[in-house]
Ligand binder design. Structure first.
Ligand code: AMP
Ligand code: MN
Ligand code: MN
Ligand code: MN
Length: 281
């Protein structure tokens, strides 16, 4: 896997990542990434710290976010890049999403307590700290307590839809989250298109709804996917005339197969979302 100098999708302890914003940026610099975006789930709270650390390390910093959006009965992720983190509309939207996450976390904890996972609410709250709770925090606790053998198994057995620890969330619509990103002067990116398990038709409909909202880019390369996902996502970019983005989706140094900057570059014929920031000096 080549090491890319550009990585526009990563997480910190502000959401479900393992490294503080500062520690993340240190790893980014060590991986020779020269342009990074921090894109925590439904929160802007790590951006100031990460920006300061990036400045100190000489890394170009693109403020970002990964917003959850409802699609049919499920969810898609929309990454916002180059956002103004002080924008009122974006902050209001993010606050509503966070309220959903807090309520869901309580419901998940209650359900898992009833299954015998005693103390999970307190342990997850301690793990989350000042950050925003996600299912990954519960997955980590289930693993640490020995209820599952792998992180993935926690999702498969407890946290996915249809499983005993699942709690539904009414995320904002795709149109709403794209509007917040645009209000904040950002670019909206349809994240990891091949990871939703959607049928071809459903995926195309979701992308069309993203385009109808004014979205203009798609993640062609994401560290969480397989090698075959890159040409498949590139075909979607061409079909829908979308710019390409790329990001590792790094969360945790314990998962070395998703490393910072470990990315296949998008095919050369595609316009790339980061060109607008490279032209700035
Ligand atoms: P949430 O947004 O809190 O519902 O959690 C989604 C996050 O869980 C993703 O961003 C990943 O970090 C993590 N995750 C890991 N494996 C899975 C999986 N099989 N299904 C859903 N989420 C997963
Ligand atoms: Mn995550
Ligand atoms: Mn995602
Ligand atoms: Mn992500």
């Amino acid at each position: 896997m080549p090491n890319s100098p550009i990585d526009l999708h990563m997480h910190s302890t502000a959401s479900d990542g393992r490294l503080s914003p500062e520690a993340l940026v240190e790893q980014v610099a060590a991986a020779n990434v020269t342009m990074m975006a921090l894109t925590d789930h439904d929160t802007l709270s790590g951006l100031d710290q990460a920006a300061a650390a990036a400045h100190a390390h000489g890394v170009q910093f693109i403020p970002g976010i990964e917003l959850s959006a409802r699609w049919a009965r499920g969810v898609v992720h929309i990454v916002g890049l180059g956002i103004d983190r002080t924008n009122t509309q974006l902050n209001a939207g993010v606050a509503a999403q966070q309220a959903q996450r807090q309520t869901r976390a309580q419901t998940i904890a209650l359900k898992l307590e009833q299954r015998g996972m005693h103390g999970i609410a307190e342990r997850v709250a301690a793990m989350v700290g000042e950050g925003v709770p996600g299912r990954a925090h519960f997955a980590r606790d289930l693993l640490e307590q020995g209820h599952v053998q792998t992180f993935q198994q926690a999702f498969d057995r407890y946290l996915k839809r249809g499983r005993p620890g699942y709690a539904a969330v009414t995320w904002a619509s795709i149109a709403d989250v794209v509007a917040w990103i645009h209000a904040a002067g950002g670019v909206a990116v349809f994240a990891h298109p091949l990871r939703y398990g959607l049928s071809r038709g459903a995926l195309r409909a979701a992308i069309q709804s993203f385009i109808d909202a004014g979205g203009c880019a798609i993640e062609v390369s994401n560290g969480g996917g397989s090698r075959d996902d890159v040409p498949a996502a590139a075909a979607l970019a061409r079909r829908f005339n979308l710019e390409a983005s790329m990001g590792s989706d790094f969360h945790d140094p314990a998962f070395p197969w998703v490393g910072i900057g470990r990315l296949m570059p998008p095919p050369k014929d595609l316009p790339v979302v980061w060109q607008r920031w490279q032209e700035m000096t």
